[in-house]
Write a protein that binds this ligand. Structure first.
Ligand SMILES: Nc1ncnc2c1ncn2[C@@H]1O[C@H](COP(=O)(O)OP(=O)(O)OP(=O)(O)O)[C@@H](O)[C@H]1O
Length: 301
């Protein structure tokens, strides 16, 4: 059984189609990245998953429980960390988490609440009012809130947008541990290096359509672009290569190649221009390069 199954999900807002026949599944134990530019439909998909919005058509199930017809059980199986900070300013952190536990019918949940607080670096703030917390601290509480009922599936919608390095590291260490313990993690982020480091599977959405769904390793191997780093022993690069140069720092040029086949031509142009090479390095694309390729429709994926 899949952790999450999206089947032919369509969402219209009036005349606007935010999701266009989206089908894919997230398997149990996955650390899954849902990527896409602003407006691609990621939050819409997560809202439907969490029961905050209704799909125009199609089905979504969480561990086999339909999010509409079996809403209560589906809701129990998932913890969603929303993009926005939603909280009652008059509750303390602990009260917020106890209240959320009550929502799931959990009365004696303090041991687990303490563990979550500890893992998110919130122990010293347990008795502070929500309104007295910094933005980053409030975000930690959003994460804690999503975890009170120990959901097997955890969805984080841009959890690290605008948070400092320390929280990022604390959060990822904790989420990684949860994943190792068997929790399925779905993450949306605009920090592609995070997705590249953490996730094993990646889906890319653009304008409501699924563009790619792939194991990370396979996706990284499919990208065609290459980065060429060149240091010259003498002379300089010909002007004809100016368009391909993405940066130059202390004599180290970085050139973007659409395809590895263009390499010989570039080296030939350098030679014809009378320059000689001191060093050359060619690097495979990272997730960000692949993302750009996909979004520009240049990839063969
Ligand atoms: N309630 C709504 N009414 C009308 N249009 C909406 C509504 N919610 C979202 N949209 C539109 O649907 C599209 C998808 O939005 P969504 O928030 O799902 O994108 P996203 O991929 O999460 O983007 P971001 O990376 O910016 O968070 C956007 O064009 C957005 O303007």
């Amino acid at each position: 059984m899949s952790a999450i199954q999206f089947q032919n999900v369509v969402k219209h807002y009036g005349d606007f189609q935010a999701l266009n026949d989206v089908s894919f599944s997230v398997e149990e134990g996955d650390f899954f990245a849902l990527l896409g530019p602003n407006g691609a439909g990621k939050t819409t998909l997560i809202s439907i998953l969490g029961g905050l919005a209704r799909a125009t058509s199609g089905q979504i199930s969480i561990l086999g429980r339909d999010v509409v017809s079996d809403y209560r059980n589906a809701r129990r199986a998932v913890g969603i960390v929303p993009q926005e900070l939603v909280f009652d300013p008059f509750f303390t952190v602990r009260e917020t988490l106890r209240f959320q536990s009550g929502y799931f019918g959990l009365k004696q949940n303090d041991a687990w609440i303490d563990e979550i607080l500890e893992n998110l670096g919130l122990t010293s703030k347990a008795n502070s009012n929500m309104r007295a917390l910094s933005g980053g601290m409030k975000r930690r509480v959003m994460v804690a809130q999503a975890l009170v009922h120990r959901p097997p599936v955890i969805v984080l919608d841009e959890p690290t947008a605008g948070v400092d390095v320390e929280l990022r590291q604390t959060l990822w260490a904790f989420v990684r541990r949860l994943n190792e313990q068997g929790h399925t993690i779905v993450l949306t982020t605009h920090y592609l290096e995070e997705a590249e480091e953490l996730c094993n599977r990646i889906a890319m959405l653009k304008q409501g359509r699924l563009l790619a769904l792939e194991d990370k390793a396979k996706l990284l191997n499919r990208g065609k672009t290459r980065t060429l780093r060149v240091r010259l022993a003498q002379g300089n690069l010909p002007l004809s290569l100016a368009e391909q140069v993405v940066s130059e720092k202390e004599g180290l040029y970085e050139l973007r190649l659409q395809d590895v086949a263009g390499l010989e031509e570039i080296l030939e142009q350098i030679r014809m221009h009378g320059a000689t090479l001191r060093d050359v390095e060619i690097a495979k694309p990272d997730l960000e390069d692949i993302f750009v390729e996909m979004m520009q429709g240049r990839s063969a994926v």
